[in-house]
Design a protein. Sequence first.
Length: 577
Amino acid sequence: MKAVIITACPSGIANTIIAAGLLEKAASALQWPVSIECQTSVKAVEKASLETIDNAEFILAVGPVADMVRFAGKKVYQASVDAVYQDAAALLETAASNATPYVHTEVRTESVSSAQKRIVGITACPTGVAHTFMAAEALDEEARAQGMWVKIETRGSVGAKNQLTAEEIAEADLVFIGADIEIDMARFDGKRVYRTSTGAALKKTKQELAAAFEQAEVYKHGGAKSEQGNKQERTGAYKHLMTGVSHMLPLVVAGGLCIALSFVFGIEAFKEEGTLAAALMEIGGASAFALMVPVLAGFIAFSIADRPGLAPGLIGGMLASSTGAGFLGGIVAGFLAGYTAKFIADKLVLPDSMSALKPILIIPLLASLVTGLVMIFVVGGPVADIMNSLTEFLNSMGSTNAVLLGVILGAMMCFDLGGPVNKAAYTFGVGLLASSTYTPMAAVMAAGMVPAMGMGLATFLAQRKFNPQEREAGKASFVLGLCFISEGAIPFAARDPMRVIPACMAGGALTGALSMLIGAKLLAPHGGMFVLFIPNAITPVFLYVGAILAGTLVTGFLYAALKQSESTTESKVVQTA
């Protein structure tokens, strides 16, 4: 039967792509000619043509499909993504039998039940890759399951997607912020706001939604913090640091890859002026890497004090870079500038006639003077000595110390799969790139790939122990692991943490140790296996890949052995009952 299949999910990344693949495979087995439209945010959507739609015998719409008006009058069957996971072939046959003519109706704001709760929200994580979209998807699905109207804006590495309009914010009963970095909150002034982390929004979605309606408080932009805000302030240092790291990352990625490309022409080819190699090194090393520390410091200060903190933070970061204090000095400068600017903003009271000068002249000037003088005369020298000692120690480590550091970094990367411990190890590796120390970053990325790949391998090795949905999740997890997205293992860790986390840490520790032992160097802090296509971005390539495979095998075989089969688990539940 001729059919048009459209798949969609809130984030436009994981579920929509996996569902499209499963349905395409099932249609091929049934020998049905189908046209598939995958509504994804990863690439441009290739929409089904009007001719294809007219010739189709039925339309299968999976998930929250956009632009349904074009199917008016056609036989349409609508289903959830879960139905695809359960049995894609059966879903196709059901759709062919039960599709009915589609009547499109415009859903207007006035038609929404007055009793229906309306939620808008934002999710954002430091790297803007996995947690951002997975948390948005979890919130969307849980809110819809509870009969709520919901729209979640994602602020990822590709920019803001599914952006909230002023009208949607105005009509919302609650604003749900799941973010590990600072975001602009001005548009939510006067609304009930609840804040939490992306990890909590992803792993404890139902509990967080319930807590949101109980604990949300009216947000006053620029006003005194609520009790909830004060609770968050005690753990705000991590959020401020991650805000700085998230804005620094694009510079590190672009700069590192430009440096790697310059090495294609020879390790010392950049020394010859006027060549392409020299230009690439100028872009990557002299420009992008030179901005790393100032941007880190600037956005740490921005997170603390908003826009008035940006200028003193950037200045303090530049001073940290010029004095040799490196990323450690940049962190100190960022917090110093941010809290100085915030102190001046809170304590300095001016007449109304001069208040306009406060954010654009007085705060930046005074905070810059304080930050600059402290960095030059107090902090810069000692922190530079610490940074130099750390760099020399790392570059002169013997094999035993290197392996031990690799074990620690590898285990940290696999402990909480994108949480604070994982991000601490990642930040350590990224920060050292500015001082041309590349081995910790290599160990960090290699170990970070192991959990998701290991879970995928385990579902292949012990298929009978996993249900069909877990086996499909394992395939997606393996692909995410190849991309250095550790969060692909989260569904497994959430369900079976006491077995998954130790298995992941064992494999990650081995990979980190092997990476440090062979002296692997990585110039780009992200990209996973795809960085292999950039010459000299990773050295030595084959031994590095071997280290990743070794850790993946350990995690995969270990969890395959530890995992209890579904039948065993069910029988225990029955006996307990």
